[in-house]
Write a protein of this length. Structure first.
Ligand code: FAD
Length: 354
């Protein structure tokens, strides 16, 4: 027989932990189902040299601040992972791992049915917190299936060593592209390929400002803030060093791929050994497709965090479309606080009892 809860959280990364903190205080019954083998969500898969683009004080989940790094620098991937592991040990959220949610369906009446590889769960509400890491996006370039060289997405990039001495294209003009180019260019003959000229933030602007901008934009105060967003490149130390080496010359995309390389807009063909796609992610929403909530734009349309076409479904993380800066550590906590209040009220209201 299916276990029954007020709320099931699908995914067990930082967004789930933030929701869990407020759910426990609300006194609702809930469980977190995560297909990761360990704590940390997408951070488990970040590349070895990955640093946050804000200090620890701007990277904390509710309740327990992330400890400052010994030298005050931005936390590394391993420091974020350590924080998330210790956060779980401190609050012991009810996480089951590894459990993969395959489908979320309507069960009739008050419940959704959450179908997993560890059995079915019934729940009055579901919080989607599946993140984006499992849905890397690569543009559909003509001829990509013929390319015989190495192709990886930044989701699977770890270290620059495998690219040493090779002719490499780093595709994508955001922070991932800039950070990966910065280190790959030390070992490889690397070219940066971007749709437009990349936008670099001033050296003294970091994730703190991006966070405030995202919040101001959603609250309608953007006029008071300088323009810019989470896609703009933060000048973390390795990126600054690469700029000093003159690495950041970007060219516009190739028009076609061949078995051995690419063809540039002018028709010139060039041999390439490897392409690193730093072209972003899409929200990993496929488990919710049986609810018929996924729109042609690939998103689930929400009012705040509540899905418009299925009010038992709520979404946290993913991007600012479901809450200001909600894909960040600090933003997830702030959004979770108001979301759980609304979810609790909704569960207590007669309108949900259909
Ligand atoms: P995830 O961490 O992706 O967690 C989702 C979890 O759900 C995963 O464990 C996944 O395995 C699981 N899951 C997925 N589908 C299912 C399913 N069907 N069933 C069960 N489990 C499932 N944020 C900051 O705050 N500061 C920064 O400086 C910063 N820098 C970043 C730099 C880079 C290069 C990147 C890529 C991101 C950065 N972020 C930063 C953003 C952000 O913190 C992460 O993307 C974050 O991991 C999102 O958390 P999440 O909980 O929403 O999703």
């Amino acid at each position: 027989m299916a276990e029954q809860f007020d709320v099931v959280i699908v995914g067990g990364g930082q967004a789930a932990l933030a929701a869990s903190y407020f759910l426990r205080r609300a006194g609702l019954t809930y469980v977190i189902l995560d297909n990761g083998a360990q704590a940390g969500g997408a951070w488990v898969h970040g590349w070895d040299s990955l640093h946050l683009f804000s200090p620890a004080s701007y990277s904390s989940l509710p309740g327990w601040p992330m400890p400052d790094t010994p030298d005050g620098s931005y936390p590394t991937r391993d420091e974020v992972l350590d924080y998330l592991r210790r956060y779980e040990a401190r609050y012991t959220p009810p996480i089951r791992r590894p459990v993969t949610v395959g489908r979320v369906e309507r069960a009739g009446g008050k419940f959704l049915n959450i179908r997993t590889n560890a059995g079915d769960f019934l729940s009055r509400a579901v919080i989607g917190a599946t993140g984006t890491w499992s849905a890397p996006f690569i543009p559909d370039v003509a001829g990509h299936e013929f390319f015989g060289g190495t192709q990886i997405h930044s989701a699977h990039y770890q270290i620059p060593a495998p690219f040493a001495g090779r002719r490499v294209l780093v595709v994508g003009g955001g922070n991932s592209g800039a950070q990966i180019l910065a280190e790959v260019s030390l070992l490889a003959n690397a070219t940066w390929v971007t749709l437009q000229d990349p936008v670099f933030l001033p050296d003294d602007v970091d994730g703190r400002v991006l966070f405030e901008r995202a919040t101001a934009r959603v609250l309608g105060n953007a006029g008071a803030m300088p323009t810019g967003g989470f896609g703009d490149i933060v000048m973390v130390p390795p990126v600054r060093a690469a700029r000093e080496r003159g690495v950041f010359h970007a060219v516009r995309p190739f028009v076609r791929m061949t078995a051995t390389g690419v063809v540039w807009p002018g028709g010139q063909e060039e041999a390439i050994d490897a392409i690193i796609w730093c072209t972003g992610f899409r929200p990993a929403l496929s488990a919710f497709a049986p609810l018929d909530v996924i729109e042609p734009d690939g998103l689930i349309h929400v009012n705040g965090q509540q899905a418009i076409r299925e009010p038992r479904l709520w979404l946290l993380g993913y991007g600012s479309w479901c809450g200001p800066a909600s894909a960040t550590l600090l933003g997830a906590g702030r959004v979770a606080r108001s979301m759980i209040r609304q979810l609790t009220d909704w569960l207590a209201s007669p309108t949900q009892d259909v």
